[in-house]
Design a protein around this ligand. Structure first.
Ligand code: ADP
Ligand code: MG
Length: 398
């Protein structure tokens, strides 16, 4: 990786110093206000531990949800700080109900707290505007800036991008490093065969990824509703399936350009509607009834995709194969997840990007059986599209 990380810092840059760490604590809360999925909190702990082990005091900043640039109690990071305290038994975790004022500065200089969690950065009007005054105020809270918030790196906000211009060194944390290494290596130097599995609802949201990956991959397996827009482009009946009419020409053009690389489903699970899952049938792709919609790939496709995945050395998966929220239309997605898990066992590098695909993998308990499950849905997509992530670009070069 061409960016400095906390590994590149000398001990003198950390011992007794304040590390301002931008983490991605944008986690779901339940109705009682408790953390309902702590994946992102756990993912930040290795960086926090590594900094503490080298004698640094850790000051954590993050956003949570979408408050409108003012304090909204339901988006307070207080429950997240409590949750972190339970996970990090060896450290004292203190919550400070401010972000950029005198109280925050005083807390950052107070030696009694091992780890400090500051209040939601999006309570401040300057955060999403990447306001210079806020970036400087945040910079005054640390002696070194560490960005470990891969999931927020595609946003140029004061706490992700602006602050790095006012606080050096500015380096990547261990999670950020891992994300960039896995995604970066897959794009620049993949083991072959290199297979991309793309799905999800809309081709329009994935078009840049398709464009970018198509020249690089050996095969691109297409599932999800996106497949239906490709079907339409080949002239077959798509019934009530989700098709994007304004993308049909583009799909046709991609099919031509992709040659044999683009692989469409050969069969489909269809039903009149999602409410009527008991009427689910499997049909060949050219036999989708006009009264029905495709909600998943069929079992022949599962098998064919499974064989391609089994033969691959690198697999990137983004987007579920069907409406995995509604069984039995989760089968195709589950089959792909299991195929990736098997491929990992056989030594392939398997990478899952995309919020819903990651959720499907987590629901199956298969996270540990993937080489890497990205914590950043939008950020991983933009990275795969080849876009510069502002939160990464602002960090120190090696
Ligand atoms: P990710 O978050 O992994 O990038 P997307 O957000 O692009 O994935 O797509 C996920 C959504 O796509 C899911 O809500 C799923 O229900 C929907 N979807 C997948 N296949 C179909 C289909 N055949 N018809 C309608 N919706 C679909
Ligand atoms: Mg999604």
């Amino acid at each position: 990786m061409n960016k400095r990380t906390i590994r590149d810092l000398g001990d003198d840059q950390l011992r007794g110093r304040r590390a301002l760490v931008r983490v991605d604590f944008n986690v779901p809360l339940d109705d009682a206000g408790a953390v309902s999925d702590d994946t992102r909190i756990r993912a930040a702990i290795p960086t926090i531990e590594a900094l503490r082990a080298r004698g640094a005091r850790v000051i954590l900043v993050s956003h949570l949800g979408r408050p409108k640039a003012k304090p909204e109690p339901e988006y307070s990071l207080a429950p997240v700080a409590r949750h972190l305290a339970r996970l990090m038994t060896g450290a004292r975790v203190t919550f400070v109900a401010s972000t950029n004022d005198a109280a925050a500065v005083a807390a950052s200089q107070d030696h009694t707290g091992d780890v400090i969690v500051l209040e939601n950065t999006r309570f401040l009007p300057g955060e999403e505007k990447n306001d210079t005054a806020l970036a400087k105020a945040l910079a005054s809270l640390g002696d070194v800036f560490v960005n470990d918030a891969f999931g927020s790196a595609h946003r140029a906000h004061a706490s992700t991008e602006g602050v790095a211009h006012h606080l050096r060194p500015a380096v990547a944390g261990l999670l950020m490093e891992r994300e960039l290494e896995y995604l970066g290596a897959a794009l620049s130097n993949p083991g072959r065969p290199f297979v991309a599995v793309l799905g999800g609802a809309k081709i329009s949201g994935k078009i840049d990824v398709i464009e970018r990956l198509l020249p690089k991959v050996d095969r691109m397996l297409i599932g999800g509703a996106m497949a239906c827009t490709f079907f339409k482009a080949t002239g077959v009946e798509t019934g009530r399936s989700l098709v994007e009419p304004d993308r049909v020409d583009m799909a046709r053009e991609l099919l031509q350009r992709g040659g044999g690389k683009l692989v469409l489903p050969t069969d489909a699970r269809v039903a009149p509607s999602l409410d009527d899952a008991s009427a689910c049938r499997e049909v060949a792709r050219n036999a989708i009834p006009a009264t029905m919609a495709m909600f998943d790939i069929g079992r022949r496709t599962e098998q064919a995709f499974g064989e391609s995945i089994a033969a691959a050395k690198t697999v990137i998966w983004n987007g579920p194969m069907g409406v995995f929220e509604t069984p039995p239309f989760d089968r195709g997605t589950n089959a792909v997840a299991l195929a990736l898990a098997d491929a990992t066992k056989r030594g392939a590098t398997t990478i899952v990007g995309g919020g819903d695909s990651a959720a499907a993998v987590a629901a199956l308990g298969l996270e540990a059986q993937m080489s890497h499950v990205s914590t950043g849905g939008g950020a991983s997509l933009e990275f795969l599209e080849g876009k510069t992530l502002p939160g990464v670009a602002a960090l120190d070069d090696k």
